[in-house]
Ligand binder design. Structure first.
Ligand code: NAP
Length: 270
Protein backbone atom coordinates (compact mmCIF):
# COMPACT_ATOMS: atom_id res chain seq x y z
CA UNK A 1 0.00 0.00 0.00
CA UNK A 2 1.50 3.34 -1.09
CA UNK A 3 1.38 6.29 1.28
CA UNK A 4 2.72 8.69 -1.35
CA UNK A 5 0.01 10.72 -3.03
CA UNK A 6 -0.04 11.35 -6.75
CA UNK A 7 -3.31 13.29 -6.84
CA UNK A 8 -6.43 11.95 -8.53
CA UNK A 9 -6.63 9.91 -11.73
CA UNK A 10 -9.83 9.71 -13.77
CA UNK A 11 -10.09 6.48 -15.76
CA UNK A 12 -12.82 6.02 -18.36
CA UNK A 13 -13.99 2.53 -19.24
CA UNK A 14 -12.85 1.39 -15.81
CA UNK A 15 -15.57 -1.23 -15.27
CA UNK A 16 -13.67 -4.00 -17.09
CA UNK A 17 -10.60 -5.00 -19.07
CA UNK A 18 -7.74 -2.55 -19.54
CA UNK A 19 -9.42 0.28 -17.62
CA UNK A 20 -10.02 -1.88 -14.55
CA UNK A 21 -6.34 -2.89 -14.52
CA UNK A 22 -5.27 0.76 -14.87
CA UNK A 23 -7.49 1.58 -11.90
CA UNK A 24 -5.86 -1.12 -9.77
CA UNK A 25 -2.30 -0.21 -10.78
CA UNK A 26 -2.78 3.54 -10.37
CA UNK A 27 -4.29 3.12 -6.89
CA UNK A 28 -1.32 0.95 -5.92
CA UNK A 29 0.97 3.74 -7.13
CA UNK A 30 -0.78 6.22 -4.85
CA UNK A 31 -3.47 7.87 -6.97
CA UNK A 32 -6.98 8.46 -5.70
CA UNK A 33 -9.44 7.46 -8.38
CA UNK A 34 -12.54 8.49 -10.26
CA UNK A 35 -13.87 5.54 -12.23
CA UNK A 36 -16.19 6.16 -15.17
CA UNK A 37 -18.24 3.69 -17.26
CA UNK A 38 -21.91 2.80 -17.75
CA UNK A 39 -22.08 -0.27 -15.47
CA UNK A 40 -22.67 1.18 -12.01
CA UNK A 41 -22.68 -2.22 -10.28
CA UNK A 42 -19.32 -3.22 -11.73
CA UNK A 43 -17.83 0.17 -10.87
CA UNK A 44 -19.18 -0.07 -7.32
CA UNK A 45 -17.66 -3.52 -6.78
CA UNK A 46 -14.30 -2.51 -8.25
CA UNK A 47 -14.18 0.74 -6.27
CA UNK A 48 -14.87 -1.11 -3.00
CA UNK A 49 -12.23 -3.73 -3.78
CA UNK A 50 -9.56 -1.19 -4.74
CA UNK A 51 -10.31 1.13 -1.82
CA UNK A 52 -10.05 -1.81 0.59
CA UNK A 53 -6.82 -3.19 -0.85
CA UNK A 54 -5.01 0.14 -1.32
CA UNK A 55 -6.58 2.56 1.18
CA UNK A 56 -7.05 5.13 -1.62
CA UNK A 57 -10.15 7.26 -2.11
CA UNK A 58 -12.13 5.78 -5.01
CA UNK A 59 -15.19 7.49 -6.46
CA UNK A 60 -17.38 6.31 -9.31
CA UNK A 61 -19.39 8.15 -11.92
CA UNK A 62 -21.80 6.07 -14.00
CA UNK A 63 -21.96 7.73 -17.41
CA UNK A 64 -22.63 6.82 -21.01
CA UNK A 65 -19.90 8.72 -22.83
CA UNK A 66 -21.81 8.66 -26.11
CA UNK A 67 -24.43 10.95 -24.53
CA UNK A 68 -23.84 14.69 -24.43
CA UNK A 69 -25.67 15.02 -21.11
CA UNK A 70 -23.40 12.44 -19.46
CA UNK A 71 -20.24 13.86 -21.02
CA UNK A 72 -21.17 17.22 -19.51
CA UNK A 73 -21.38 15.61 -16.06
CA UNK A 74 -17.88 14.16 -16.44
CA UNK A 75 -16.53 17.48 -17.78
CA UNK A 76 -18.07 19.29 -14.82
CA UNK A 77 -16.49 16.88 -12.35
CA UNK A 78 -13.11 17.29 -14.05
CA UNK A 79 -13.44 21.04 -13.55
CA UNK A 80 -14.20 20.58 -9.85
CA UNK A 81 -11.43 18.14 -8.91
CA UNK A 82 -8.54 20.48 -8.25
CA UNK A 83 -6.05 17.69 -7.53
CA UNK A 84 -6.72 15.88 -10.81
CA UNK A 85 -3.30 14.91 -12.18
CA UNK A 86 -4.06 12.13 -14.66
CA UNK A 87 -6.75 11.46 -17.26
CA UNK A 88 -6.80 7.98 -18.79
CA UNK A 89 -8.97 8.11 -21.90
CA UNK A 90 -9.57 4.38 -22.17
CA UNK A 91 -13.30 3.76 -22.82
CA UNK A 92 -13.75 2.50 -26.32
CA UNK A 93 -15.42 -0.07 -28.54
CA UNK A 94 -14.10 -1.89 -31.56
CA UNK A 95 -15.61 -3.45 -34.64
CA UNK A 96 -14.41 -6.26 -36.85
CA UNK A 97 -16.96 -6.11 -39.71
CA UNK A 98 -15.75 -4.77 -43.08
CA UNK A 99 -17.44 -1.69 -44.58
CA UNK A 100 -19.86 -3.68 -46.74
CA UNK A 101 -21.19 -5.59 -43.72
CA UNK A 102 -20.94 -2.91 -41.01
CA UNK A 103 -23.92 -0.93 -39.73
CA UNK A 104 -23.26 2.79 -40.25
CA UNK A 105 -25.30 3.67 -37.14
CA UNK A 106 -22.95 1.56 -35.04
CA UNK A 107 -20.01 3.28 -36.72
CA UNK A 108 -21.43 6.65 -35.67
CA UNK A 109 -21.78 5.46 -32.06
CA UNK A 110 -18.21 4.16 -32.20
CA UNK A 111 -16.97 7.58 -33.32
CA UNK A 112 -18.89 9.24 -30.48
CA UNK A 113 -17.21 7.03 -27.87
CA UNK A 114 -13.73 6.63 -29.38
CA UNK A 115 -13.27 10.13 -30.85
CA UNK A 116 -15.67 12.69 -29.39
CA UNK A 117 -15.51 11.54 -25.76
CA UNK A 118 -11.69 11.53 -25.37
CA UNK A 119 -11.54 14.87 -27.18
CA UNK A 120 -14.11 16.47 -24.87
CA UNK A 121 -12.45 15.08 -21.74
CA UNK A 122 -8.97 16.16 -22.84
CA UNK A 123 -10.31 19.66 -23.51
CA UNK A 124 -11.92 19.64 -20.05
CA UNK A 125 -8.80 18.47 -18.22
CA UNK A 126 -5.88 20.17 -19.97
CA UNK A 127 -6.55 23.82 -19.00
CA UNK A 128 -6.42 22.82 -15.30
CA UNK A 129 -3.24 20.82 -15.85
CA UNK A 130 -1.63 23.82 -17.58
CA UNK A 131 -2.77 26.22 -14.85
CA UNK A 132 -1.28 23.93 -12.19
CA UNK A 133 1.80 23.16 -14.32
CA UNK A 134 1.24 19.47 -13.71
CA UNK A 135 -0.84 16.74 -15.29
CA UNK A 136 -0.85 13.88 -17.74
CA UNK A 137 -3.17 12.39 -20.33
CA UNK A 138 -2.90 8.74 -21.34
CA UNK A 139 -4.88 8.06 -24.51
CA UNK A 140 -5.60 4.43 -25.31
CA UNK A 141 -5.24 4.09 -29.06
CA UNK A 142 -4.53 0.74 -30.78
CA UNK A 143 -2.14 -0.86 -33.22
CA UNK A 144 -4.90 -0.38 -35.82
CA UNK A 145 -4.03 3.33 -35.73
CA UNK A 146 -1.01 2.38 -37.85
CA UNK A 147 -2.41 -0.88 -39.27
CA UNK A 148 -6.03 -0.05 -40.20
CA UNK A 149 -6.21 -3.06 -42.53
CA UNK A 150 -6.40 -5.40 -39.51
CA UNK A 151 -9.95 -4.63 -38.32
CA UNK A 152 -12.89 -2.39 -39.24
CA UNK A 153 -11.70 0.80 -40.92
CA UNK A 154 -13.78 3.21 -38.84
CA UNK A 155 -12.33 1.66 -35.69
CA UNK A 156 -8.83 2.06 -37.18
CA UNK A 157 -9.62 5.64 -38.14
CA UNK A 158 -10.90 6.42 -34.65
CA UNK A 159 -7.67 5.14 -33.12
CA UNK A 160 -5.55 7.03 -35.69
CA UNK A 161 -7.40 10.15 -34.54
CA UNK A 162 -6.41 9.37 -30.93
CA UNK A 163 -2.78 8.91 -31.96
CA UNK A 164 -2.71 12.16 -33.97
CA UNK A 165 -4.42 14.09 -31.16
CA UNK A 166 -1.80 12.78 -28.72
CA UNK A 167 1.09 13.75 -31.01
CA UNK A 168 -0.39 17.22 -31.37
CA UNK A 169 -0.98 17.54 -27.62
CA UNK A 170 2.65 16.61 -26.99
CA UNK A 171 3.75 19.27 -29.49
CA UNK A 172 1.58 21.96 -27.89
CA UNK A 173 1.77 21.04 -24.21
CA UNK A 174 5.14 19.43 -23.40
CA UNK A 175 6.64 22.76 -22.35
CA UNK A 176 3.58 23.55 -20.19
CA UNK A 177 4.08 20.72 -17.70
CA UNK A 178 1.61 18.37 -19.36
CA UNK A 179 2.78 14.87 -20.21
CA UNK A 180 0.93 12.80 -22.80
CA UNK A 181 1.16 9.21 -23.96
CA UNK A 182 -0.59 7.24 -26.68
CA UNK A 183 -0.81 3.53 -25.92
CA UNK A 184 -1.20 1.23 -28.92
CA UNK A 185 -2.17 -2.21 -27.59
CA UNK A 186 -2.24 -5.21 -29.86
CA UNK A 187 -4.84 -7.91 -29.23
CA UNK A 188 -5.54 -7.95 -25.51
CA UNK A 189 -7.69 -10.55 -23.73
CA UNK A 190 -10.74 -8.52 -22.66
CA UNK A 191 -14.48 -8.22 -23.37
CA UNK A 192 -13.50 -5.96 -26.27
CA UNK A 193 -13.52 -8.93 -28.65
CA UNK A 194 -17.07 -10.28 -28.13
CA UNK A 195 -18.38 -6.68 -28.11
CA UNK A 196 -16.51 -5.99 -31.38
CA UNK A 197 -18.04 -9.06 -33.00
CA UNK A 198 -15.37 -11.75 -32.75
CA UNK A 199 -14.01 -14.23 -30.19
CA UNK A 200 -10.48 -13.63 -28.91
CA UNK A 201 -10.07 -17.44 -29.08
CA UNK A 202 -10.09 -17.12 -32.89
CA UNK A 203 -6.73 -15.36 -32.72
CA UNK A 204 -3.43 -17.22 -32.44
CA UNK A 205 -2.53 -17.45 -28.74
CA UNK A 206 0.86 -15.82 -29.29
CA UNK A 207 -0.84 -12.66 -30.58
CA UNK A 208 -2.86 -12.07 -27.43
CA UNK A 209 -1.53 -10.28 -24.33
CA UNK A 210 -3.19 -10.23 -20.91
CA UNK A 211 -4.66 -6.88 -19.87
CA UNK A 212 -2.40 -6.95 -16.79
CA UNK A 213 0.80 -7.30 -18.84
CA UNK A 214 -0.41 -4.72 -21.36
CA UNK A 215 -1.06 -2.12 -18.66
CA UNK A 216 2.14 -2.86 -16.72
CA UNK A 217 4.19 -2.40 -19.91
CA UNK A 218 2.32 0.80 -20.76
CA UNK A 219 2.93 2.25 -17.31
CA UNK A 220 6.63 1.38 -17.66
CA UNK A 221 6.55 3.25 -20.99
CA UNK A 222 4.82 6.17 -19.26
CA UNK A 223 7.51 6.24 -16.57
CA UNK A 224 10.18 6.17 -19.30
CA UNK A 225 8.58 9.25 -20.91
CA UNK A 226 7.48 7.47 -24.11
CA UNK A 227 5.07 9.45 -26.28
CA UNK A 228 3.97 6.34 -28.16
CA UNK A 229 3.98 2.97 -26.43
CA UNK A 230 3.44 -0.25 -28.37
CA UNK A 231 3.79 -2.87 -25.65
CA UNK A 232 4.67 -5.80 -27.90
CA UNK A 233 7.39 -4.16 -30.03
CA UNK A 234 10.77 -5.52 -28.91
CA UNK A 235 13.01 -3.09 -30.81
CA UNK A 236 12.37 0.60 -30.16
CA UNK A 237 14.33 1.33 -33.37
CA UNK A 238 11.26 0.13 -35.31
CA UNK A 239 8.98 2.68 -33.62
CA UNK A 240 11.66 5.37 -33.90
CA UNK A 241 12.07 4.53 -37.61
CA UNK A 242 8.35 5.12 -38.23
CA UNK A 243 8.57 8.48 -36.50
CA UNK A 244 11.75 9.39 -38.40
CA UNK A 245 10.06 8.55 -41.73
CA UNK A 246 7.10 10.75 -40.80
CA UNK A 247 9.34 13.66 -39.85
CA UNK A 248 11.49 13.24 -43.00
CA UNK A 249 8.34 14.03 -45.00
CA UNK A 250 7.66 17.32 -43.20
CA UNK A 251 9.75 19.59 -45.54
CA UNK A 252 8.00 18.03 -48.56
CA UNK A 253 4.40 18.26 -47.41
CA UNK A 254 3.42 21.75 -48.53
CA UNK A 255 4.84 23.50 -51.58
CA UNK A 256 3.62 25.99 -54.18
CA UNK A 257 4.02 23.49 -57.02
CA UNK A 258 3.02 19.85 -57.47
CA UNK A 259 5.73 17.20 -57.75
CA UNK A 260 7.22 16.97 -61.26
CA UNK A 261 6.07 13.35 -61.69
CA UNK A 262 2.47 14.59 -62.10
CA UNK A 263 3.48 16.56 -65.20
CA UNK A 264 1.38 19.58 -64.27
CA UNK A 265 2.12 22.83 -66.12
CA UNK A 266 2.17 25.04 -63.08
CA UNK A 267 0.42 28.38 -62.70
CA UNK A 268 2.45 29.95 -59.92
CA UNK A 269 1.44 33.57 -59.39
CA UNK A 270 4.32 35.80 -60.49
P1 NAP B 1 -13.57 -3.79 -22.54
O1 NAP B 1 -13.19 -4.75 -21.47
O2 NAP B 1 -14.79 -4.08 -23.37
O3 NAP B 1 -13.69 -2.35 -21.86
C1 NAP B 1 -14.35 -1.27 -22.46
C2 NAP B 1 -14.71 -0.28 -21.37
O4 NAP B 1 -15.37 0.84 -21.98
C3 NAP B 1 -15.66 -0.88 -20.35
O5 NAP B 1 -15.33 -0.42 -19.06
C4 NAP B 1 -17.02 -0.32 -20.77
O6 NAP B 1 -17.84 -0.23 -19.62
C5 NAP B 1 -16.60 1.06 -21.30
N1 NAP B 1 -17.61 1.58 -22.20
C6 NAP B 1 -18.12 0.99 -23.32
N2 NAP B 1 -19.07 1.77 -23.86
C7 NAP B 1 -19.15 2.88 -23.07
C8 NAP B 1 -19.96 4.05 -23.09
N3 NAP B 1 -20.88 4.24 -24.07
N4 NAP B 1 -19.78 4.96 -22.12
C9 NAP B 1 -18.88 4.78 -21.14
N5 NAP B 1 -18.07 3.71 -21.07
C10 NAP B 1 -18.23 2.77 -22.02
O7 NAP B 1 -12.38 -3.62 -23.57
P2 NAP B 1 -10.85 -3.15 -23.38
O8 NAP B 1 -10.04 -4.03 -24.25
O9 NAP B 1 -10.51 -3.04 -21.95
O10 NAP B 1 -10.92 -1.72 -24.07
C11 NAP B 1 -10.32 -0.57 -23.51
C12 NAP B 1 -9.69 0.25 -24.61
O11 NAP B 1 -8.61 -0.48 -25.20
C13 NAP B 1 -10.62 0.62 -25.77
O12 NAP B 1 -10.43 1.98 -26.12
C14 NAP B 1 -10.16 -0.28 -26.91
O13 NAP B 1 -10.40 0.29 -28.17
C15 NAP B 1 -8.67 -0.36 -26.60
N6 NAP B 1 -7.98 -1.50 -27.20
C16 NAP B 1 -8.33 -2.76 -26.88
C17 NAP B 1 -7.66 -3.81 -27.50
C18 NAP B 1 -8.02 -5.25 -27.21
O14 NAP B 1 -7.58 -6.14 -27.98
N7 NAP B 1 -8.74 -5.54 -26.15
C19 NAP B 1 -6.62 -3.56 -28.41
C20 NAP B 1 -6.29 -2.25 -28.71
C21 NAP B 1 -6.97 -1.22 -28.09
P3 NAP B 1 -19.45 -0.25 -19.62
O15 NAP B 1 -19.88 -1.32 -20.57
O16 NAP B 1 -19.73 -0.50 -18.18
O17 NAP B 1 -19.87 1.13 -20.04
Amino acid sequence: MSTKTFGTALVTGASSGIGAVYADRLARRGYDLILVARSKDKLDALAKHIAKSTGRDVRILAADLTLDVDLRRVEQLIGEVTDLTLLVNNAGVGATAPLLQADVGKMTDLIALNVTAPTRLAYAAVPGFVARGNGAVVNISSIVAIAPELLNGVYGGSKAFVLALTQSMHHELADKGVKVQAVLPGATATDFWPVAGSAVENLPKDWVMSAEDMVDASLAGFDAGELVTIPSVETTALVDGLEAARRALFPELSKSVPASRYGVETNVAA
